[in-house]
Ligand binder design. Structure first.
Ligand SMILES: Nc1nc2c(ncn2[C@@H]2O[C@H](COP(=O)(O)OP(=O)(O)O)[C@@H](O)[C@H]2O)c(=O)[nH]1
Ligand SMILES: Nc1ncnc2c1ncn2[C@@H]1O[C@H](COP(=O)(O)OP(=O)(O)O)[C@@H](O)[C@H]1O
Length: 220
């Protein structure tokens, strides 16, 4: 069996984590695990955990670490024999420590994107709430304006993607992420800076190729 590869991607809201993760998953065949996806799934299932989680997500607050860890760790344990990429977890130091106790990451990708770029992207971000599919009116517009490509359902904009909410959101991201970045700094952390995903992508792609991950497609 090929050597397993475990990576996580970090960056402020709008930095392109979802966009780049999709490219990594498609190009290198890694299983993509997004915290947002599992949270939406648990909310939709209306379980006890889902009802609890909903109260936080609706207000744009971080879900408590113990709830988040209980949601993510069993999934990672099920994927013991797979290579994967985590998006949105770990987000806090406590989550990183919980993750460390179940597996060792090979690589952490950190995205540094200027504030003005984040603001522009998020004000143009449209989401299909049920699936989490993300569009951008300039960068990757839907086929029909305001409608999801797959279901045709209406797209929405998040209240907290509006510029007024962004300063506080970014400050909060930095406070919470700093100790996580510091934890990974001494070895597995690779940071990428820029204003365009298409210009950052070749560096990420060549990093993963150097890791001897077989490339499935050169679509991007
Ligand atoms: N204009 C532009 N938009 C981008 C670029 N990369 C990603 N986006 C869009 O920016 C928004 C935020 O990206 P997303 O992947 O959702 O970021 P995340 O919050 O870190 O997961 C989405 O609407 C993307 O379609 C880029 O290079 N240029
Ligand atoms: N690792 C996590 N820890 C705590 N809460 C989380 C985590 N990941 C996601 N969430 C919650 O889910 C919401 C949506 O997450 P996500 O889809 O990653 O969007 P964003 O990165 O734009 O905030 C967050 O606002 C937060 O409430």
């Amino acid at each position: 069996m090929a050597k397993l590869f475990r990576a996580a991607i970090m960056g402020p809201p709008g930095s392109g984590k979802g966009t780049i993760s999709k490219r990594i998953a498609e190009s290198f065949g890694l299983q993509y695990l997004s915290s947002g996806h599992y949270l939406r799934e648990s909310i939709a299932a209306n379980t006890e955990a889902g009802i609890l989680v909903k109260r936080y997500v609706e207000r744009g607050l971080l879900v408590p670490d113990n709830v988040m860890t209980r949601l993510m760790v069993p999934r990672l344990e099920q994927l013991r024999n797979h290579s994967w990429l985590l998006d949105g977890f770990p987000r806090t130091l406590a989550q990183a420590q919980a993750l460390n106790s179940v597996c060792e990451l090979d690589l952490v990708i950190s995205l540094n994107i200027p504030y003005e770029t984040l603001k522009d992207r998020l004000s143009d971000r449209w989401i299909h709430p049920a699936s989490g599919r993300v569009y951008n009116m300039g960068f990757n517009p839907p086929q029909v304006q305001g409608r999801d490509d797959i279901t045709g359902e209406p797209l929405i904009q998040h209240e907290d993607d509006k510029p007024e909410a962004l300063v506080a959101r970014l400050r909060h991201y930095k406070d919470v992420a700093k100790p996580v970045i510091d934890l990974y700094k001494s070895g597995i952390l690779h940071s990428f800076s820029g204003t365009e995903t298409d210009r950052i992508w070749p560096y990420i792609s060549s990093l993963l190729t150097r890791w001897a991950l077989p490339q499935r497609t050169r679509k991007y």
